[in-house]
Structures are given as structure tokens and as C-alpha cells.
Design a protein around this ligand. Sequence first.
Ligand SMILES: *Cc1c(COP(=O)(O)O)cnc(C)c1O
Length: 406
Amino acid sequence: MNDKLAVLAAEAEKELAPLFAEIESTAFHNTRKVLDAFRKEKVDESCFASSTGYGYNDKGRETLDRVYADVFGTEAAIVRPHIVNGTHALTLGLFGLLRPGDTLLSVTGKPYDTLDEVIGLRGDGMGSLRDYGVNYRQTELDEDFSDALDDSVKVVFIQRSKGYLDRRTLTVDEINKIADYVHANSKAFVMVDNCYGEFVEKEEPRADLFAGSLIKNPGGGIAEVGGYLAGSAKAVELVSYRLTSPGVGGEVGASLGQNRNMFRGFFLAPHIVAQAVKTAHFAAYIFERLGFECSPSHDTPRADIIQTVKLGSPELLCAFCRGIQYGSPVDSYVTPEPWEMPGYDDKVIMAAGAFVQGSSIELSADGPLRAPYIAFMQGGLTYESGKIGILSAAEEVIGEMSKEKK
Ligand SMILES: *Cc1c(COP(=O)(O)O)cnc(C)c1O
């Protein structure tokens, strides 16, 4: 590694030490909650047994649902390997709660891209909420939404993480304030897209329903597939009828050998999320010192695991992603190239060398090839490997900058 970077890395860790201590204290708090739940629900070897067919009386599945609910402070939860990703979990939530004639109101601007077809903002005849007569309305983040909250609104939707947008991530406190207002002024359900947020703070949002992906934070890098929804008993029951069938609900669903990894991943998740958050702070410090604008800045406490680095040119964005890829445990020999991704207007470059395909609790980065050439990076199963990946990205970027100067 070049000497300048080694000095920067040492300075970063000195400066970040108090923040790292804070992050470790959050991980400790959340680990205690997880252990308390495992004890309360009597997690034992029999919970790891697999089931087949209908999957009736799958003790592990039923226990894991209660463990999630205990830890997340909700009445109920549904955690399943049959939920294929975060989009699927959110879709189950929306279709579970909304009925023809109802209105969905997003109060944090346009939801995550993959929900366009679900809501019916894009595509036709796919069975979107719109096809079923559900209306959609949105107000921008921080805009007063009180006028939009009329009697037709059945779900108020909040996206916690910035996702791939140029906005701030909401803290749990901010979400709770919105939820309290909605509950005081309407009968609507409050639903939160909790992706990338779990375990970053000491509590999860106070919502009627929130959802996320197990190949992000709560799977702890161990779950190989899955998603969850947690919330009130009523909301989770409605979701269970969408996941399987009305009347059947959550009583079925063979766990196909996934229980052990889902338990182990949830046990590790508070620690793993802390590794990713530390990696994000480290990345912000290094790249700010190299002259790039980073969001959040290195000294801002986090509400999710996403870090953006504004690289300013396609060459530097590609160099950043090359470095992340080279510093990954899997596919480190591969050079990422920009490609035309379905559903996107610009080419996108992605770096991911993960044990689980598409896992973004593992170190990963991507960005559209469009000005101002922002890399969105997240994850890192261990801070040590995250640090190595970031320094590798920094080396590539420094190398590319010196080429540009010549
Ligand atoms: C990742 C993510 C989703 C869901 O994405 P999947 O790729 O379907 O898991 C939804 N919302 C946000 C904010 C996300 O970060």
C-alpha cells in the first residue's frame, strides 16, 4: 500500500475512535436484545430441523417469527426463505394492507425504484396496485403532508434509507414522529421500508408494519435468502394471507433447511451491521481526505449502512469499483464493467465479490454512469476486510487521478 494511504488510514482510525466506540455500544445493546429473545423463546437444536411439504408445525419457523418480533419490539413478525428479496417483502406488505379504492400515500418522495411496477407507476397489466384500483399519492421528504392525509389513505409509506436517491436517511426518531402524527390524525397504517436500517440504531421504527431483506442487515451475512415483515398482529396476519393464501396464512411453508442460517445470521447481525457502519465511516474519512464529497460525512452518526462518494468522472467511478472488487473475498480477479441494466436509463457499474449473490451486507458498490458519478457503497462483513477493500479502492482512484494529470 502507498505510504500516504497508510498514514491516512492511521489518522482515520484515531479520529474515528470515539464514533467506533459508540457503534460498538449499539452493537452490544442490540446483541443483548437478540440473546434475551433467544433465551425467552427457548431457541434450541430442534429449531434448526428442516421441514418439507406443507411444513406444518415447523418449530424453527414459528420460533424465529417470535424472536424477530421480540427483538424488533413488535407484536408479530413473519420471516421466510420464500420471500425472495426486499421488493417482494414490501410488495407483500402493500398488497396485504391495501384494498380497491384505498390510497397509498408515500411521504418520503418516490419509493425505491423496484416499487414502480408494484405501485403501477411504470408497466401495464402486470397486476400492480393501480390495476387493482389502489390510488397513489406522494409528498416529498420534509414537505407538510397533512392535507394529503385524507380518509381514503389506508397506508402511509415511509422509506427509511436514502436507497439510491440523493436525500438524507431518516433516523428512527424522525420516523416515529411521522408515525405518531399519522396515528393521532388518521386510521391509516404506517408502513416503513426498513431496508439497510436494521440494527444501525438501538431501536427499530414504531410502525404498524416494516419490512426488509435477509441478504442485507438482519441476515447477518449468513442467511442465504429471505425477507421479513414485522408489526402489529393484525398487519402481519394480513401479510401472511398474501404470502400464501387467504385463510392459510403463516401456518405453512417448509423451511427447507434454512432455519439454522437464519437464526445464526440474526444472532450475528448486530455485530455485522456494526462492521459495515465502521467501514462506511472509514470510507468517508479516506475519500474526503482525497478530496471527494462524501455523504454522510465521516463524522455524521449513521441511520443506515449506505455511503456515497461523489467521484466526478466515469473513469474515477470505474476505478473505485475496480478497487472494491479487487479487495473482495470472492471474484477478486474480475474487472467490473459498466452495463445496460434493465429498467435503468444509464449504464450501471457494480462491484460485488460476495458469498451470497447480490448480498449487500457484504462489501459492494455500484453507481450509474451519469454525472456527478456517485458511487453508492455499503457493507463489509468484517471491518478489517472492509478497510482493505476501501484502501484498495483508494489506491485505484489515486492511480487513475495520476493518469488524468499526465
Ligand atoms: C434494497 C432495497 C430495497 C429492496 O431491494 P431488493 O433488491 O429487492 O432486495 C427496497 N428499498 C430500499 C431502500 C433498499 O435499499
